[in-house]
Design a protein around this ligand. Structure first.
Ligand SMILES: NC(=O)c1ccc[n+]([C@@H]2O[C@H](COP(=O)([O-])OP(=O)(O)OC[C@H]3O[C@@H](n4cnc5c(N)ncnc54)[C@H](OP(=O)(O)O)[C@@H]3O)[C@@H](O)[C@H]2O)c1
Length: 289
């Protein structure tokens, strides 16, 4: 299996590249080697490459900046995936394109399934939804994988920011009325090959369960204590989504992704987010290692 990974310097792409080295014939392509806003560069870079699967983990991921950089967000998140989908179709290869829980408006209070109507409430969400549609329209072999609240060792995310703050400050808080599921890049890397051959269309991949940002941060601090990471703050106070005034873009309050389809396809339940976070903190922060 020859695999090319785009976005190989990002949080998810770097993890996929590392996990697949030695298991597959894998090549990583980072932003410096390929700028997805340049269609001619995409053609030039990918034309000579031979691959069975192209994984696109590259994206314009800054949710707030997307509001003022709409054209760039659409170029990276919609126009580029369309071209990637066409190149893959012409090479008889499969495109696995990553997308997001932010394609939903967050008004539901049950986990979102793949058949639920997308209704993005931000430019980022709109651009990612446009990319999904363009990829799926190009070939019925291609796969769009939505993930949520991604964390891992290759680039800091919410959990790392909360741990850093807890190391420096005594009183910290996190939003208690926004829910989704933290998803470990290692677990995505482990789950994805199970559906390389079997699945096309839309698929949700996440760890199991759901939590608020406050619960997520509290669990992270509890794990830090267990693994003897010195902290100043031990508890995470609750704040409200409505109190957050410095966000430019709207975020869905509830964006839990149902993994029932993945479970039906593979017979495997993704591990609970609490275990995944504990594993990450032990590997990345523990002094007991
Ligand atoms: N992070 C999350 O919580 C989250 C949640 C849901 C879905 N997702 C989705 O998961 C996927 C992976 O996200 P991630 O967390 O790994 O994000 P990330 O760490 O921001 O990685 C995105 C990668 O894309 C690259 N990139 C940005 N603009 C580019 C361009 N014009 N040309 C080429 N490469 C470009 C970035 O390079 P530079 O850093 O050099 O710009 C970076 O390496 C994305 O599809 C994202 O929408 C992420």
């Amino acid at each position: 299996m020859r695999i090319v990974i785009l976005g190989a310097g990002g949080r998810l792409g770097a993890a996929l590249l590392r996990e697949y080295q030695g298991k597959f014939d894998v090549t990583g392509v980072g932003h410096a080697q390929l700028d997805l806003t340049k269609p001619e560069q995409i053609q030039e870079k990918l034309s000579p490459l031979k691959f069975d699967i192209l994984i696109n983990a590259a994206a314009f991921t800054n949710v707030d900046l997307s509001e003022s950089k709409r054209d760039e967000a659409f170029a990276v998140n919609a126009d580029a995936p369309k071209l990637l989908a066409e190149i893959c179709r012409d090479k008889n290869a499969k495109l696995i394109h990553f997308s997001t829980d932010y394609v939903f408006d967050g008004e539901k209070r049950q986990p979102y399934i793949e058949d639920d109507a997308a209704n993005p409430i931000s430019v980022y969400g709109e651009s990612k939804r446009a990319g999904e549609k363009l990829v799926l329209r190009t070939s019925d072999r291609h796969l769009v994988v939505r993930v949520s609240w991604v964390f891992g060792p290759d680039r800091p995310s919410f959990v790392d920011a909360m741990i850093m703050r807890a190391c420096e400050e005594q009183d910290i808080e996190a939003i208690a009325d926004k829910w989704s599921t933290p998803t470990y890049t290692r677990d995505v890397a482990e789950m994805l090959p199970r559906i390389f051959d079997v699945e096309a269309g839309l698929l949700h991949l996440a760890n199991s369960g759901k939590c608020s940002w406050q619960e997520y941060a509290q669990h992270a601090l509890d794990c830090c204590q267990k693994f003897e990471v010195p902290l100043r703050a031990k508890t995470v106070g609750a704040s409200k989504l409505a109190d957050l005034k410095n966000w430019v873009a709207r975020r869905p309050p509830y964006s839990v992704l149902s993994t029932a389809k993945y479970q039906a396809l593979t017979g495997i339940t993704p591990r609970p987010w609490r275990e995944a976070v504990a594993d990450y903190i032990e590997r990345s922060y523990s002094r007991k290692k």
